[in-house]
Design a protein around this ligand. Sequence first.
Ligand code: ARG
Length: 559
Amino acid sequence: MQEFREAIVDVAAKAGLDPELVRQSITIPKERGRADLTLPCFRFGKPPTEPAQKVANAFVASEWLEACEATGPFVNFRFNRATFADRVLATADETAGKSDEGAGQTVVIDYGSPNIAKPLLFHHLRSSAIGQTLCNLFRWRGYTVVGLNFLGDVGTAFGKLMVGIEEWGEPTSIASFSKLYVDASKGCADKPEWMERAREWAKRLEDDDAEAVKHWEKARELSLQGFAGVYDWLGIRHDVIDGEKMYVQRARALVDELLASGKAEESDGGVVIETGQKIPFLIRKTDGATLYGTRDIVAAADRFDRYEFARMLYVVDVAQELHFRQLFAALSKLGYDWVDRCKHVRFGQVLFEGSRTRTREGGSVSLEDVLREGQRRALKIIEEKKADLPDKEAVAKSVGTAAVLFADVGFPSTKNINFVWDEILSFDGRTGPYLQYVHASACSILRKGVEAGATDIASGDPALLADEHEWDLLRRLAEFPTSVKRACDDCEPSHVSNFLYELAREFRAYYTAGGRDASLRVLVDDAQMRAARLRLVDAVRNSLAVGLGLLGIDAVERM
Ligand code: ARG
Protein backbone atom coordinates (compact mmCIF):
# COMPACT_ATOMS: atom_id res chain seq x y z
CA MET A 1 0.00 0.00 0.00
CA GLN A 2 2.03 2.81 -1.33
CA GLU A 3 -0.39 5.52 -0.14
CA PHE A 4 0.05 4.61 3.51
CA ARG A 5 3.79 4.53 3.24
CA GLU A 6 3.74 7.83 1.42
CA ALA A 7 1.56 9.31 4.15
CA ILE A 8 4.31 8.37 6.61
CA VAL A 9 6.92 9.86 4.30
CA ASP A 10 4.91 13.10 4.31
CA VAL A 11 4.71 13.25 8.09
CA ALA A 12 8.42 12.53 8.42
CA ALA A 13 9.25 15.14 5.78
CA LYS A 14 7.37 17.74 7.80
CA ALA A 15 9.67 16.84 10.67
CA GLY A 16 12.66 17.38 8.37
CA LEU A 17 13.60 13.76 7.60
CA ASP A 18 14.94 12.77 4.18
CA PRO A 19 12.02 11.26 2.19
CA GLU A 20 14.03 8.66 0.28
CA LEU A 21 15.72 7.42 3.43
CA VAL A 22 12.35 7.25 5.16
CA ARG A 23 10.97 5.19 2.27
CA GLN A 24 13.81 2.72 2.69
CA SER A 25 13.49 2.59 6.46
CA ILE A 26 9.77 1.94 6.94
CA THR A 27 9.21 -1.63 8.12
CA ILE A 28 6.44 -3.92 9.19
CA PRO A 29 6.91 -4.48 12.91
CA LYS A 30 7.44 -8.06 14.02
CA GLU A 31 4.96 -7.64 16.81
CA ARG A 32 1.98 -6.37 15.00
CA GLY A 33 -0.08 -5.54 18.05
CA ARG A 34 2.00 -2.38 18.43
CA ALA A 35 1.69 -0.82 15.03
CA ASP A 36 0.82 -1.35 11.39
CA LEU A 37 4.06 0.21 10.17
CA THR A 38 7.10 1.39 12.03
CA LEU A 39 9.74 3.94 11.22
CA PRO A 40 13.03 3.11 12.96
CA CYS A 41 14.96 6.35 13.32
CA PHE A 42 18.52 5.07 13.67
CA ARG A 43 19.54 6.61 10.38
CA PHE A 44 18.16 10.05 11.19
CA GLY A 45 20.34 11.30 13.98
CA LYS A 46 21.88 10.61 17.33
CA PRO A 47 20.21 9.89 19.65
CA PRO A 48 17.51 8.38 17.38
CA THR A 49 14.85 9.19 19.98
CA GLU A 50 15.03 12.84 18.91
CA PRO A 51 13.95 12.46 15.27
CA ALA A 52 11.36 9.90 16.46
CA GLN A 53 9.84 12.46 18.80
CA LYS A 54 9.88 15.15 16.11
CA VAL A 55 7.95 12.92 13.73
CA ALA A 56 5.37 12.11 16.39
CA ASN A 57 4.93 15.83 17.07
CA ALA A 58 4.38 16.57 13.39
CA PHE A 59 1.61 13.99 13.10
CA VAL A 60 -2.02 14.80 12.36
CA ALA A 61 -4.61 12.06 11.77
CA SER A 62 -5.70 11.70 8.14
CA GLU A 63 -7.68 9.57 5.73
CA TRP A 64 -4.67 7.21 5.75
CA LEU A 65 -3.22 7.25 9.24
CA GLU A 66 -5.20 7.14 12.43
CA ALA A 67 -2.56 7.32 15.15
CA CYS A 68 1.14 7.73 15.73
CA GLU A 69 3.34 7.25 18.75
CA ALA A 70 7.07 7.52 19.39
CA THR A 71 8.49 4.68 21.48
CA GLY A 72 12.20 5.12 21.99
CA PRO A 73 13.93 5.18 18.59
CA PHE A 74 10.78 3.96 16.77
CA VAL A 75 7.72 5.74 15.51
CA ASN A 76 4.69 3.47 15.39
CA PHE A 77 1.87 4.22 13.01
CA ARG A 78 -1.71 2.96 12.91
CA PHE A 79 -3.65 2.93 9.68
CA ASN A 80 -7.09 4.25 9.27
CA ARG A 81 -8.48 0.76 9.21
CA ALA A 82 -11.60 1.31 7.15
CA THR A 83 -9.63 2.97 4.34
CA PHE A 84 -6.98 0.34 4.55
CA ALA A 85 -9.15 -2.77 4.37
CA ASP A 86 -11.12 -1.29 1.54
CA ARG A 87 -7.98 -0.50 -0.46
CA VAL A 88 -6.38 -3.86 0.06
CA LEU A 89 -9.37 -5.88 -1.02
CA ALA A 90 -9.98 -3.71 -4.04
CA THR A 91 -6.46 -4.31 -5.36
CA ALA A 92 -5.94 -8.01 -4.54
CA ASP A 93 -7.39 -9.38 -7.76
CA GLU A 94 -5.70 -11.13 -10.69
CA THR A 95 -3.57 -8.04 -11.19
CA ALA A 96 -2.32 -8.07 -7.59
CA GLY A 97 1.12 -6.53 -7.24
CA LYS A 98 1.13 -5.23 -10.78
CA SER A 99 2.23 -1.72 -11.70
CA ASP A 100 3.43 0.30 -14.64
CA GLU A 101 6.35 1.93 -12.91
CA GLY A 102 8.83 0.50 -15.38
CA ALA A 103 6.93 1.71 -18.45
CA GLY A 104 9.20 2.96 -21.21
CA GLN A 105 12.29 1.22 -19.86
CA THR A 106 13.88 -1.88 -21.31
CA VAL A 107 15.57 -4.54 -19.24
CA VAL A 108 17.72 -7.12 -20.99
CA ILE A 109 18.13 -10.32 -19.03
CA ASP A 110 20.81 -12.78 -20.13
CA TYR A 111 19.85 -16.09 -18.53
CA GLY A 112 20.02 -19.80 -19.11
CA SER A 113 22.78 -19.33 -21.64
CA PRO A 114 24.02 -22.93 -21.71
CA ASN A 115 26.76 -24.25 -23.89
CA ILE A 116 25.46 -26.23 -26.83
CA ALA A 117 26.24 -29.85 -27.66
CA LYS A 118 25.24 -31.10 -24.22
CA PRO A 119 21.85 -31.66 -22.69
CA LEU A 120 20.61 -29.36 -19.93
CA LEU A 121 22.00 -30.53 -16.65
CA PHE A 122 20.82 -29.99 -13.15
CA HIS A 123 23.21 -27.09 -12.56
CA HIS A 124 21.58 -25.23 -15.45
CA LEU A 125 18.45 -24.91 -13.37
CA ARG A 126 19.51 -21.90 -11.34
CA SER A 127 20.23 -19.42 -14.09
CA SER A 128 17.10 -20.47 -15.96
CA ALA A 129 14.78 -20.35 -12.95
CA ILE A 130 16.10 -17.11 -11.45
CA GLY A 131 16.34 -15.46 -14.86
CA GLN A 132 12.82 -16.38 -15.90
CA THR A 133 11.43 -15.21 -12.57
CA LEU A 134 13.20 -11.87 -12.97
CA CYS A 135 11.73 -11.56 -16.48
CA ASN A 136 8.26 -12.19 -15.05
CA LEU A 137 8.77 -9.75 -12.19
CA PHE A 138 10.11 -6.90 -14.32
CA ARG A 139 7.25 -7.39 -16.78
CA TRP A 140 4.80 -7.27 -13.88
CA ARG A 141 6.22 -3.86 -12.99
CA GLY A 142 5.68 -2.63 -16.51
CA TYR A 143 9.18 -2.86 -17.94
CA THR A 144 9.81 -4.01 -21.48
CA VAL A 145 11.79 -7.18 -20.96
CA VAL A 146 14.10 -8.89 -23.41
CA GLY A 147 14.84 -12.38 -22.08
CA LEU A 148 17.94 -13.45 -23.91
CA ASN A 149 19.55 -16.85 -24.20
CA PHE A 150 23.23 -16.41 -24.99
CA LEU A 151 24.34 -19.80 -26.20
CA GLY A 152 27.91 -20.90 -25.75
CA ASP A 153 28.13 -22.13 -29.29
CA VAL A 154 31.84 -21.88 -30.05
CA GLY A 155 34.95 -23.20 -28.40
CA THR A 156 36.19 -26.62 -27.44
CA ALA A 157 32.75 -28.04 -26.56
CA PHE A 158 31.93 -27.82 -30.22
CA GLY A 159 35.37 -29.20 -31.08
CA LYS A 160 34.84 -32.25 -28.89
CA LEU A 161 31.55 -32.92 -30.53
CA MET A 162 33.26 -32.81 -33.92
CA VAL A 163 35.82 -35.38 -32.82
CA GLY A 164 32.90 -37.59 -31.78
CA ILE A 165 31.32 -37.16 -35.22
CA GLU A 166 34.60 -38.07 -36.90
CA GLU A 167 34.92 -41.17 -34.76
CA TRP A 168 31.34 -42.44 -34.73
CA GLY A 169 29.44 -40.56 -37.42
CA GLU A 170 26.66 -37.93 -37.35
CA PRO A 171 24.12 -38.28 -34.55
CA THR A 172 20.58 -38.72 -35.80
CA SER A 173 18.52 -38.05 -32.70
CA ILE A 174 18.78 -35.76 -29.70
CA ALA A 175 19.48 -38.75 -27.47
CA SER A 176 22.34 -40.06 -29.60
CA PHE A 177 23.60 -36.49 -29.91
CA SER A 178 23.96 -36.10 -26.14
CA LYS A 179 25.59 -39.48 -25.78
CA LEU A 180 28.03 -38.68 -28.56
CA TYR A 181 29.08 -35.53 -26.75
CA VAL A 182 29.53 -37.25 -23.42
CA ASP A 183 31.58 -40.03 -24.99
CA ALA A 184 33.67 -37.60 -27.02
CA SER A 185 34.48 -35.45 -24.00
CA LYS A 186 35.54 -38.52 -22.09
CA GLY A 187 37.77 -39.47 -25.01
CA CYS A 188 39.25 -35.98 -25.15
CA ALA A 189 39.97 -36.05 -21.44
CA ASP A 190 41.86 -39.33 -21.82
CA LYS A 191 43.61 -38.79 -25.16
CA PRO A 192 45.67 -35.64 -25.72
CA GLU A 193 45.61 -36.31 -29.46
CA TRP A 194 41.78 -36.09 -29.48
CA MET A 195 41.89 -32.93 -27.47
CA GLU A 196 44.28 -31.43 -30.00
CA ARG A 197 41.82 -32.31 -32.78
CA ALA A 198 39.00 -30.74 -30.79
CA ARG A 199 40.98 -27.50 -30.56
CA GLU A 200 41.59 -27.54 -34.29
CA TRP A 201 37.88 -27.92 -34.96
CA ALA A 202 37.12 -25.06 -32.63
CA LYS A 203 39.62 -22.94 -34.55
CA ARG A 204 38.11 -23.96 -37.90
CA LEU A 205 34.72 -22.83 -36.67
CA GLU A 206 36.17 -19.48 -35.63
CA ASP A 207 37.57 -19.15 -39.14
CA ASP A 208 34.14 -19.83 -40.65
CA ASP A 209 35.36 -22.97 -42.36
CA ALA A 210 32.41 -24.26 -44.43
CA GLU A 211 32.42 -27.80 -43.13
CA ALA A 212 32.70 -26.72 -39.51
CA VAL A 213 29.84 -24.25 -39.95
CA LYS A 214 27.65 -26.92 -41.54
CA HIS A 215 28.11 -29.21 -38.54
CA TRP A 216 27.73 -26.30 -36.16
CA GLU A 217 24.34 -25.38 -37.58
CA LYS A 218 23.13 -28.91 -37.12
CA ALA A 219 24.53 -29.15 -33.58
CA ARG A 220 22.90 -25.87 -32.60
CA GLU A 221 19.60 -27.01 -34.03
CA LEU A 222 19.69 -30.34 -32.22
CA SER A 223 20.76 -28.69 -28.96
CA LEU A 224 17.89 -26.23 -29.09
CA GLN A 225 15.46 -29.05 -29.78
CA GLY A 226 16.86 -30.84 -26.78
CA PHE A 227 16.55 -27.75 -24.56
CA ALA A 228 13.00 -27.07 -25.70
CA GLY A 229 11.39 -29.91 -23.73
CA VAL A 230 12.87 -28.83 -20.42
CA TYR A 231 12.31 -25.12 -21.05
CA ASP A 232 8.73 -25.84 -21.84
CA TRP A 233 8.28 -27.92 -18.72
CA LEU A 234 9.71 -25.15 -16.54
CA GLY A 235 7.94 -22.27 -18.25
CA ILE A 236 11.22 -20.83 -19.52
CA ARG A 237 10.50 -18.62 -22.53
CA HIS A 238 13.32 -16.60 -24.01
CA ASP A 239 12.47 -13.75 -26.35
CA VAL A 240 15.77 -13.84 -28.21
CA ILE A 241 18.33 -16.55 -28.86
CA ASP A 242 21.81 -15.24 -29.51
CA GLY A 243 25.11 -17.02 -29.28
CA GLU A 244 28.80 -16.33 -29.01
CA LYS A 245 29.44 -17.41 -32.58
CA MET A 246 27.70 -14.36 -33.99
CA TYR A 247 30.33 -12.18 -32.35
CA VAL A 248 33.52 -13.97 -33.37
CA GLN A 249 34.37 -11.73 -36.32
CA ARG A 250 33.46 -8.55 -34.50
CA ALA A 251 35.55 -9.70 -31.54
CA ARG A 252 38.57 -10.15 -33.79
CA ALA A 253 38.13 -6.73 -35.31
CA LEU A 254 37.78 -5.23 -31.85
CA VAL A 255 41.14 -6.60 -30.71
CA ASP A 256 42.86 -4.98 -33.70
CA GLU A 257 41.10 -1.68 -33.09
CA LEU A 258 42.01 -1.64 -29.43
CA LEU A 259 45.62 -2.44 -30.20
CA ALA A 260 45.71 0.40 -32.69
CA SER A 261 44.13 2.89 -30.27
CA GLY A 262 46.38 1.79 -27.42
CA LYS A 263 43.49 0.66 -25.21
CA ALA A 264 44.80 -2.91 -25.32
CA GLU A 265 48.36 -4.17 -25.28
CA GLU A 266 50.42 -7.24 -26.11
CA SER A 267 51.44 -9.33 -23.15
CA ASP A 268 53.25 -12.68 -23.23
CA GLY A 269 52.17 -13.25 -26.83
CA GLY A 270 48.52 -12.53 -26.05
CA VAL A 271 46.54 -9.30 -25.94
CA VAL A 272 45.11 -7.83 -22.74
CA ILE A 273 43.15 -4.86 -21.50
CA GLU A 274 44.62 -3.41 -18.32
CA THR A 275 41.59 -2.79 -16.17
CA GLY A 276 43.25 -2.02 -12.87
CA GLN A 277 42.07 -5.38 -11.55
CA LYS A 278 44.54 -7.90 -10.17
CA ILE A 279 44.65 -9.80 -13.43
CA PRO A 280 44.41 -8.00 -16.79
CA PHE A 281 41.54 -9.01 -19.04
CA LEU A 282 42.78 -11.39 -21.74
CA ILE A 283 41.08 -10.71 -25.07
CA ARG A 284 43.31 -12.66 -27.48
CA LYS A 285 45.19 -15.85 -26.80
CA THR A 286 48.68 -16.64 -28.05
CA ASP A 287 47.19 -18.79 -30.84
CA GLY A 288 45.29 -15.75 -32.11
CA ALA A 289 41.85 -16.89 -31.01
CA THR A 290 39.44 -14.53 -29.21
CA LEU A 291 37.85 -15.53 -25.92
CA TYR A 292 34.58 -15.67 -24.08
CA GLY A 293 35.41 -12.26 -22.61
CA THR A 294 36.18 -10.65 -25.96
CA ARG A 295 32.85 -11.84 -27.29
CA ASP A 296 31.08 -10.57 -24.17
CA ILE A 297 32.48 -7.08 -24.80
CA VAL A 298 31.11 -6.89 -28.33
CA ALA A 299 27.88 -8.61 -27.28
CA ALA A 300 27.25 -5.98 -24.59
CA ALA A 301 27.84 -3.12 -27.01
CA ASP A 302 25.63 -4.76 -29.61
CA ARG A 303 22.82 -5.21 -27.08
CA PHE A 304 23.00 -1.57 -26.14
CA ASP A 305 22.70 -0.63 -29.81
CA ARG A 306 19.76 -2.94 -30.24
CA TYR A 307 17.79 -2.20 -27.07
CA GLU A 308 19.15 0.91 -25.37
CA PHE A 309 18.52 -0.93 -22.14
CA ALA A 310 17.91 0.79 -18.82
CA ARG A 311 19.39 -2.29 -17.20
CA MET A 312 21.14 -5.40 -18.39
CA LEU A 313 21.34 -8.37 -16.06
CA TYR A 314 23.62 -11.35 -16.42
CA VAL A 315 22.19 -14.23 -14.40
CA VAL A 316 25.32 -16.32 -14.01
CA ASP A 317 27.05 -18.52 -11.43
CA VAL A 318 29.12 -16.76 -8.77
CA ALA A 319 32.11 -18.67 -10.17
CA GLN A 320 32.19 -16.09 -12.97
CA GLU A 321 32.44 -13.13 -10.65
CA LEU A 322 35.93 -12.19 -11.77
CA HIS A 323 34.90 -12.48 -15.41
CA PHE A 324 32.12 -9.95 -14.96
CA ARG A 325 34.20 -7.61 -12.86
CA GLN A 326 36.77 -7.57 -15.62
CA LEU A 327 34.15 -7.27 -18.32
CA PHE A 328 32.56 -4.22 -16.70
CA ALA A 329 35.95 -2.64 -16.04
CA ALA A 330 36.89 -3.21 -19.69
CA LEU A 331 33.61 -1.73 -20.95
CA SER A 332 34.20 1.28 -18.77
CA LYS A 333 37.73 1.69 -20.07
CA LEU A 334 36.38 1.56 -23.62
CA GLY A 335 34.20 4.54 -22.74
CA TYR A 336 30.79 2.91 -22.58
CA ASP A 337 29.09 5.03 -19.99
CA TRP A 338 26.10 2.67 -19.85
CA VAL A 339 28.23 0.07 -18.08
CA ASP A 340 26.73 1.04 -14.73
CA ARG A 341 23.41 -0.25 -16.04
CA CYS A 342 24.91 -3.74 -16.21
CA LYS A 343 24.81 -6.12 -13.32
CA HIS A 344 26.04 -9.61 -12.65
CA VAL A 345 23.20 -11.33 -10.83
CA ARG A 346 25.20 -14.06 -9.17
CA PHE A 347 23.93 -17.17 -7.57
CA GLY A 348 25.47 -19.82 -5.37
CA GLN A 349 26.20 -23.43 -5.99
CA VAL A 350 23.62 -26.14 -6.00
CA LEU A 351 24.27 -29.42 -4.32
CA PHE A 352 22.21 -32.43 -5.17
CA GLU A 353 21.43 -34.53 -2.10
CA GLY A 354 24.60 -33.11 -0.56
CA SER A 355 27.08 -33.51 -3.40
CA ARG A 356 28.33 -31.45 -6.32
CA THR A 357 26.72 -32.33 -9.59
CA ARG A 358 28.99 -30.92 -12.22
CA THR A 359 31.59 -33.33 -13.52
CA ARG A 360 34.41 -32.67 -15.91
CA GLU A 361 33.07 -35.20 -18.40
CA GLY A 362 29.83 -33.27 -18.75
CA GLY A 363 28.02 -36.26 -17.30
CA SER A 364 26.18 -35.54 -14.06
CA VAL A 365 22.47 -35.24 -13.42
CA SER A 366 20.20 -34.40 -16.34
CA LEU A 367 17.65 -31.71 -15.56
CA GLU A 368 14.92 -33.60 -17.34
CA ASP A 369 15.55 -36.66 -15.17
CA VAL A 370 15.28 -34.48 -12.08
CA LEU A 371 11.93 -33.10 -13.22
CA ARG A 372 10.59 -36.57 -13.97
CA GLU A 373 11.78 -37.79 -10.62
CA GLY A 374 9.99 -34.88 -8.94
CA GLN A 375 6.77 -35.79 -10.70
CA ARG A 376 7.12 -39.46 -9.78
CA ARG A 377 7.70 -38.68 -6.12
CA ALA A 378 4.88 -36.15 -5.98
CA LEU A 379 2.55 -38.72 -7.47
CA LYS A 380 3.50 -41.17 -4.77
CA ILE A 381 2.70 -38.61 -2.06
CA ILE A 382 -0.64 -37.79 -3.67
CA GLU A 383 -1.51 -41.50 -3.90
CA GLU A 384 -0.93 -41.74 -0.16
CA LYS A 385 -2.72 -38.55 0.84
CA LYS A 386 -5.53 -38.22 -1.64
CA ALA A 387 -5.90 -41.22 -3.90
CA ASP A 388 -9.22 -40.00 -5.35
CA LEU A 389 -7.86 -36.68 -6.64
CA PRO A 390 -8.87 -36.07 -10.26
CA ASP A 391 -6.08 -35.54 -12.81
CA LYS A 392 -3.41 -36.94 -10.51
CA GLU A 393 -0.63 -37.09 -13.11
CA ALA A 394 -1.02 -33.46 -14.06
CA VAL A 395 -1.18 -32.30 -10.45
CA ALA A 396 1.89 -34.39 -9.63
CA LYS A 397 3.76 -32.73 -12.47
CA SER A 398 2.85 -29.29 -11.12
CA VAL A 399 3.73 -30.22 -7.56
CA GLY A 400 7.05 -31.86 -8.45
CA THR A 401 8.00 -28.87 -10.56
CA ALA A 402 6.97 -26.47 -7.80
CA ALA A 403 9.28 -28.33 -5.41
CA VAL A 404 12.21 -28.03 -7.80
CA LEU A 405 11.61 -24.39 -8.70
CA PHE A 406 10.96 -23.20 -5.17
CA ALA A 407 14.08 -24.92 -3.90
CA ASP A 408 15.76 -22.45 -6.16
CA VAL A 409 13.82 -19.18 -6.27
CA GLY A 410 12.43 -19.61 -2.77
CA PHE A 411 15.70 -18.66 -1.09
CA PRO A 412 18.24 -15.86 -1.51
CA SER A 413 20.10 -16.47 -4.76
CA THR A 414 23.56 -16.04 -3.32
CA LYS A 415 23.03 -18.90 -0.89
CA ASN A 416 24.13 -22.37 -1.87
CA ILE A 417 21.20 -24.70 -2.13
CA ASN A 418 21.10 -28.28 -1.06
CA PHE A 419 18.50 -30.14 -2.97
CA VAL A 420 17.03 -32.91 -0.81
CA TRP A 421 13.89 -34.53 -2.20
CA ASP A 422 12.11 -35.20 1.08
CA GLU A 423 12.59 -31.62 2.21
CA ILE A 424 11.62 -29.80 -0.94
CA LEU A 425 8.56 -31.98 -1.54
CA SER A 426 7.20 -31.57 1.96
CA PHE A 427 3.65 -30.19 2.14
CA ASP A 428 4.67 -28.28 5.23
CA GLY A 429 7.43 -25.72 5.67
CA ARG A 430 9.07 -23.37 3.24
CA THR A 431 8.43 -25.30 0.04
CA GLY A 432 6.66 -24.91 -3.27
CA PRO A 433 4.16 -27.70 -2.50
CA TYR A 434 3.27 -26.02 0.81
CA LEU A 435 2.37 -22.78 -0.97
CA GLN A 436 0.36 -24.72 -3.52
CA TYR A 437 -1.38 -26.57 -0.73
CA VAL A 438 -2.39 -23.39 1.07
CA HIS A 439 -3.62 -21.94 -2.20
CA ALA A 440 -5.68 -25.07 -2.83
CA SER A 441 -7.12 -24.75 0.68
CA ALA A 442 -8.27 -21.22 -0.10
CA CYS A 443 -9.88 -22.53 -3.30
CA SER A 444 -11.62 -25.23 -1.33
CA ILE A 445 -13.05 -22.77 1.22
CA LEU A 446 -14.34 -20.62 -1.61
CA ARG A 447 -15.95 -23.62 -3.29
CA LYS A 448 -17.65 -24.56 -0.05
CA GLY A 449 -18.82 -20.99 0.35
CA VAL A 450 -20.44 -21.06 -3.05
CA GLU A 451 -21.98 -24.48 -2.34
CA ALA A 452 -23.42 -23.01 0.86
CA GLY A 453 -25.10 -20.35 -1.22
CA ALA A 454 -22.71 -17.40 -0.92
CA THR A 455 -23.20 -15.30 -4.04
CA ASP A 456 -22.33 -11.92 -2.63
CA ILE A 457 -18.58 -12.35 -2.10
CA ALA A 458 -17.53 -9.32 -4.09
CA SER A 459 -19.74 -7.03 -2.01
CA GLY A 460 -18.38 -8.27 1.33
CA ASP A 461 -17.90 -5.31 3.66
CA PRO A 462 -14.22 -4.84 4.61
CA ALA A 463 -15.17 -2.91 7.74
CA LEU A 464 -16.37 -6.20 9.27
CA LEU A 465 -12.86 -7.68 9.19
CA ALA A 466 -11.76 -6.68 12.66
CA ASP A 467 -10.13 -9.80 14.08
CA GLU A 468 -6.35 -9.67 14.55
CA HIS A 469 -5.80 -12.61 12.18
CA GLU A 470 -7.72 -10.75 9.54
CA TRP A 471 -5.64 -7.69 10.18
CA ASP A 472 -2.46 -9.67 9.80
CA LEU A 473 -3.65 -10.91 6.44
CA LEU A 474 -4.74 -7.50 5.22
CA ARG A 475 -1.44 -5.94 6.19
CA ARG A 476 0.46 -8.73 4.54
CA LEU A 477 -1.55 -8.54 1.32
CA ALA A 478 -0.74 -4.86 1.14
CA GLU A 479 2.96 -5.66 0.95
CA PHE A 480 2.77 -7.52 -2.33
CA PRO A 481 3.65 -4.61 -4.66
CA THR A 482 6.56 -3.66 -2.41
CA SER A 483 7.91 -7.18 -2.50
CA VAL A 484 7.76 -7.18 -6.30
CA LYS A 485 9.50 -3.83 -6.40
CA ARG A 486 12.23 -4.95 -4.03
CA ALA A 487 12.71 -8.18 -5.95
CA CYS A 488 13.33 -6.11 -9.09
CA ASP A 489 15.50 -3.50 -7.39
CA ASP A 490 17.71 -6.11 -5.75
CA CYS A 491 17.35 -8.67 -8.58
CA GLU A 492 16.34 -11.08 -5.87
CA PRO A 493 13.23 -13.24 -6.41
CA SER A 494 13.24 -14.37 -2.79
CA HIS A 495 11.63 -11.11 -1.69
CA VAL A 496 8.51 -12.36 -3.42
CA SER A 497 8.93 -15.90 -2.10
CA ASN A 498 9.22 -14.52 1.45
CA PHE A 499 6.06 -12.58 0.97
CA LEU A 500 4.23 -15.68 -0.27
CA TYR A 501 5.50 -17.84 2.52
CA GLU A 502 4.49 -15.36 5.22
CA LEU A 503 1.10 -14.86 3.61
CA ALA A 504 0.56 -18.61 3.44
CA ARG A 505 1.50 -19.06 7.09
CA GLU A 506 -0.78 -16.29 8.25
CA PHE A 507 -3.60 -17.63 6.18
CA ARG A 508 -3.14 -21.07 7.62
CA ALA A 509 -3.12 -19.63 11.14
CA TYR A 510 -6.38 -17.91 10.26
CA TYR A 511 -8.27 -20.94 9.11
CA THR A 512 -6.97 -23.16 11.86
CA ALA A 513 -8.12 -20.51 14.36
CA GLY A 514 -11.56 -20.93 12.83
CA GLY A 515 -11.35 -24.63 13.58
CA ARG A 516 -10.90 -23.87 17.28
CA ASP A 517 -13.27 -20.96 17.64
CA ALA A 518 -16.51 -21.20 15.67
CA SER A 519 -17.04 -17.43 15.74
CA LEU A 520 -13.87 -17.05 13.66
CA ARG A 521 -14.89 -19.50 10.95
CA VAL A 522 -15.01 -18.15 7.44
CA LEU A 523 -18.27 -19.90 6.69
CA VAL A 524 -20.26 -18.46 9.60
CA ASP A 525 -24.04 -18.31 9.53
CA ASP A 526 -24.20 -14.54 9.39
CA ALA A 527 -24.38 -13.88 5.65
CA GLN A 528 -22.70 -10.46 5.78
CA MET A 529 -19.79 -11.61 7.87
CA ARG A 530 -19.42 -14.67 5.70
CA ALA A 531 -19.28 -12.55 2.56
CA ALA A 532 -16.64 -10.27 4.08
CA ARG A 533 -14.49 -13.22 5.08
CA LEU A 534 -14.88 -14.98 1.77
CA ARG A 535 -13.81 -11.79 0.11
CA LEU A 536 -10.66 -11.83 2.19
CA VAL A 537 -10.04 -15.50 1.32
CA ASP A 538 -10.49 -14.64 -2.33
CA ALA A 539 -7.93 -11.85 -2.03
CA VAL A 540 -5.45 -14.25 -0.43
CA ARG A 541 -6.07 -16.81 -3.13
CA ASN A 542 -5.54 -14.25 -5.89
CA SER A 543 -2.31 -13.00 -4.41
CA LEU A 544 -0.95 -16.50 -3.91
CA ALA A 545 -1.90 -17.45 -7.45
CA VAL A 546 -0.31 -14.36 -8.96
CA GLY A 547 2.83 -14.71 -6.86
CA LEU A 548 3.27 -18.38 -7.63
CA GLY A 549 2.74 -17.60 -11.30
CA LEU A 550 5.56 -15.06 -11.16
CA LEU A 551 7.82 -17.76 -9.77
CA GLY A 552 6.78 -20.07 -12.62
CA ILE A 553 4.78 -22.33 -10.30
CA ASP A 554 1.27 -23.59 -11.14
CA ALA A 555 -1.34 -22.58 -8.61
CA VAL A 556 -3.28 -25.85 -8.66
CA GLU A 557 -6.83 -25.64 -7.34
CA ARG A 558 -7.01 -29.09 -5.78
CA MET A 559 -4.32 -31.23 -4.30
N1 ARG B 1 27.70 -20.02 -21.58
C1 ARG B 1 28.22 -19.58 -20.32
C2 ARG B 1 28.41 -20.77 -19.40
O1 ARG B 1 27.80 -21.80 -19.60
C3 ARG B 1 27.35 -18.56 -19.64
C4 ARG B 1 27.10 -17.31 -20.43
C5 ARG B 1 26.53 -16.21 -19.60
N2 ARG B 1 26.33 -15.01 -20.35
C6 ARG B 1 27.27 -14.15 -20.72
N3 ARG B 1 26.93 -13.13 -21.46
N4 ARG B 1 28.53 -14.33 -20.38
O2 ARG B 1 29.16 -20.66 -18.44
